[in-house]
Design a protein around this ligand. Structure first.
Ligand SMILES: [Zn+2]
Ligand SMILES: [Zn+2]
Length: 268
């Protein structure tokens, strides 16, 4: 090389607050709403905890995720990182009743291309490097997530998650470590509880105001989500109305069964 460029490893360590052997080594670079870091090295998106693990132990085997024994997603101390399966992680989450601090796996495209529906799915994805965002190019939900018709309409990232890790319990959300709603790279997806996911959204001001094309049109999926938010997050009608870009009256009518009552979502 003619120019002296910093290696990826140098770039990485510049952003780590290295502390004692048993302490957390905090990532000082960008972190997303879930506390996960990421950085770009030579144009490639890297996930710091995963990168740190690989520096010490070599490549992470396919199908495995990196878990934090310290529950601190921003920690990159290799002594706090260990291999696990996504299933371990979900079981752990449910047991501890907390948000998952899932790691990341590499996803082999070939393993998921067996079934026609899966092929159909992957045809609509811009697949790139294992750590890059893989953007969904098909239709979108009213909230800006990829939408895929799998019998009924499902969220594309959730579908991708389930292809990679198996079925996601219905009370868990599929969350992005990369903050990119259209991304379906399973390495960027993890399971979280719905309440925490919604709480995060509200906290970070990621309300959907202004993002929607049809300010007054709700889909069946929206209505289901509205009921779910109301039940799990106990948000005010006003907050929910703002999130979906509709009037508070509309939300109140939905929650009182005056609208969309055919969905039978009211529990006595
Ligand atoms: Zn730690
Ligand atoms: Zn992504």
């Amino acid at each position: 090389m003619k120019r002296t460029r910093k290696t990826t490893e140098q770039l990485f360590w510049e952003k780590v607050s290295v502390a004692g052997d048993n302490e957390c080594w905090e990532w000082l670079g960008y972190k997303n709403q879930y506390g996960y870091g990421n950085f770009r090295a030579k144009g490639v998106l890297k996930l710091p905890h995963r990168y740190s693990y690989e520096l010490v132990h070599g490549e992470i085997p396919a199908g495995m995720v990196i878990l934090h024994s310290c529950d601190n997603p921003g920690c990159v101390n290799p002594a706090h990182l260990h291999l696990g399966t996504q299933r371990d992680n979900i079981i752990d989450t449910v047991k501890k009743g907390r948000n998952t601090r899932a790691g990341h796996i590499k996803f082999e495209r070939s393993t998921s291309a067996r079934k026609t529906r899966e092929q159909h799915f992957w045809e609509k994805v811009k697949v790139s490097g294992p750590d890059d965002c893989w953007e969904w190019t098909g239709g979108q939900t009213s909230t800006g997530y990829g939408a895929f018709k799998n019998g009924r309409m499902v969220k594309a990232h959730r579908y991708a998650y389930e292809l990679a890790y198996g079925e996601l319990p219905s009370d868990l959300d599929c969350c992005h470590t990369c903050d990119n709603r259209l991304c379906v790279n399973p390495a960027h997806l993890f399971a979280g509880t719905r309440k925490e996911n919604l709480f995060d959204m509200v906290q970070k001001g990621r309300s959907l105001k202004g993002e929607r094309h049809n300010m007054h049109k709700l889909t069946e999926a929206d209505v289901i989500e509205i009921h779910s938010i109301h039940k799990t997050a106990r948000e005010t009608h006003e907050a929910i109305a703002e999130k979906f870009g509709v009037s508070r009256r509309q939300i109140s009518d939905i929650l009182h069964g005056k609208r969309w009552s055919h969905l039978n979502l009211i529990t006595p």
